[in-house]
Write a protein that binds this ligand. Structure first.
Ligand SMILES: [Zn+2]
Length: 316
């Protein structure tokens, strides 16, 4: 009986939108810019979505949506009306996996702090904040037709499914990496246990070229795993397959840009931020490939599509 009550509770919880209970803050250096930033997560009303606000620019809002994707190389950046915000993926992965529909992310810098290079510090921050149910039905974006992006032996696709699933395959020619594959149904528990602690990584041979491009100015042995020719400079690894796990974390952070919780299965093969965000753009640009629904499970009935304003496709 008790068990049934818990299941029903979770189900009810999943039917309603959420925000956080109270504001929480942290600060740190940005991986690419090296700029120090303060962030504060704050509760937001129903139907707000996930919205960054540049508090150093008069609270200028940048919605975490596909139409605000700016430039995607080694991190995902958002841009709106010339206002930039970089390296959103780890924080968004934590927020999206925790099922937080509405939240303000106040930031006084151009880049989200990298902290330890994983999403664990953001999970701890969300734990401190607590999650609150709102009196408004949650809406899901349910995939009803496959959408695929293929490029140079890399591939990403999304398929119909009744829950949010990801499968992520990486293959790097390095003795500690090689082929790694991670698959999971995404929710707060699975994300916390399987992915949240996996850190950013880079190859020692890429450090100089990246610096020459003006990137990784805030990078250090405290916030990224550095792979040498045949080992790791700052071990130990947290998992033997930490690289595959981190790529799946990045993927979820980029999928948050769909703007609604997803019901669909995403398969990524040697993909990266560019391909992830291209999939989001293509999906949103093709309204015949999804419906908006208030139901998580099988008994799906479509709600008024006009309620949902799909963002225009992002710049590739
Ligand atoms: Zn990452």
């Amino acid at each position: 009986m008790v068990r049934l009550a818990v299941v029903l509770n979770l189900k009810t919880f999943a039917m309603f939108q959420t925000t956080i209970q109270r504001s929480v803050s942290t600060h740190g250096v940005g991986l690419h810019t090296g700029a120090h930033g303060n962030i504060r997560l704050a509760p937001a009303p129903p139907d707000t979505g996930i919205v960054f606000r540049r508090v150093d620019l008069d609270q200028f809002p940048i919605e975490a949506r596909g139409n605000n994707v700016a430039r995607v190389s080694y991190a995902t950046s958002l841009m709106k009306q010339g206002v930039l915000l970089s390296t959103t993926e780890h924080l968004l992965a934590a927020i999206y996996s925790c099922g937080i529909d509405n939240i303000y992310i106040d930031i006084d810098s151009i880049e989200v702090p990298i902290l330890d290079g994983s999403a664990e510090p953001f999970m701890l921050l969300i734990d401190q904040a607590g999650i609150r149910r709102l009196r408004r039905k949650r809406r899901y974006l349910k995939v009803v037709k496959p959408v695929e992006v293929v490029e140079d032996g890399r591939r990403i696709a999304i398929y119909p499914a009744n829950e949010f699933q990801v499968q992520c395959y990486v293959d790097f020619p390095h003795p500690l990496v090689g082929k790694q594959e991670v698959e999971l149904v995404v929710n707060a528990d699975s994300f916390r246990q399987v992915l949240s602690r996996a850190r950013t990584f880079c190859f020692e041979s890429d450090i100089e070229p990246l610096r020459a491009m003006g990137l990784i100015r805030g990078g250090s042995l405290d916030n990224a795993i550095v792979l040498t020719k045949d080992g790791v400079m700052n071990g130990p690894l947290r998992y033997a397959d930490e690289f595959g796990r981190h790529k799946a974390l990045d993927l979820i952070g980029d999928l948050a840009l769909v703007g609604l919780p997803l019901l669909g299965r995403v398969e990524a093969r040697k993909a990266g931020h560019a391909l992830h965000t291209m999939l989001v753009s293509r999906l949103l640009a093709d309204p015949s490939s999804w419906i908006i629904t208030a139901q998580e499970a099988e008994s799906v009935h479509s709600v008024d599509r006009a309620d949902y304003h799909a963002p225009a496709s992002a710049a590739d």
